[in-house]
Design a protein around this ligand. Structure first.
Ligand SMILES: [Fe+2]
Length: 158
């Protein structure tokens, strides 16, 4: 009998269960292997997210050089979930790259909002007028989130 997917500690149901019992290096090489099945690469991605820390963030960001927009979009998503400031420069890079897939740029903007570091503000403002509406709207949401995070949250306590 197939078990129901677990809800991760991040409150989401992952599209692939994280692989277990392997090192960060193992996960990194599976994630970045362009010949590996996408399901296995996603399992490595969620395992790295769950492990966390600088090396995991760098391993995830390495997959931004993949050819798969789907995978890169998922990398940006989990970097947002991890809320690690160390990921901010990687996400800014993706958002700024006009050759990058729109789905990836949009998710990078949302992740920058989720992390909540004001270091990303000028980049988000720059692309709030992006020609791609999905990117522009994601930047707008992220800017509001950054402003909300830095404001007195008690004013928004509903
Ligand atoms: Fe998305």
């Amino acid at each position: 009998m197939v078990e129901k997917p677990d809800i991760s500690e991040f409150g989401s149901v992952d599209p692939a269960p994280p692989s277990e019992g392997l090192s960060v290096e193992n996960h990194r090489s599976t994630l970045c292997d362009e010949n590996e099945r996408m399901f296995q690469r996603m399992r490595a991605l969620f395992a790295l997210r769950n492990i966390g820390g600088k090396t995991a963030v760098d391993s995830l960001a390495e997959a931004f050089s993949s050819t798969s927009a789907l995978l890169k979009h998922e990398v940006a998503y989990v970097l947002g979930q991890m809320q690690d400031d160390f990921a901010v420069p990687h996400l800014i890079n993706r958002l700024e790259d006009l050759q990058e897939d729109v789905m990836v740029r949009h998710e990078a903007a949302e992740a920058l909002g989720a992390i909540g570091n004001r270091m990303a503000m000028s980049t988000l403002e720059k692309f709030a007028e992006d020609g791609e509406v999905v990117v522009a709207e994601s930047c707008e949401v992220a800017i509001d989130l950054l402003n909300w995070v830095s404001s007195d949250r008690l004013d928004y306590s509903d």
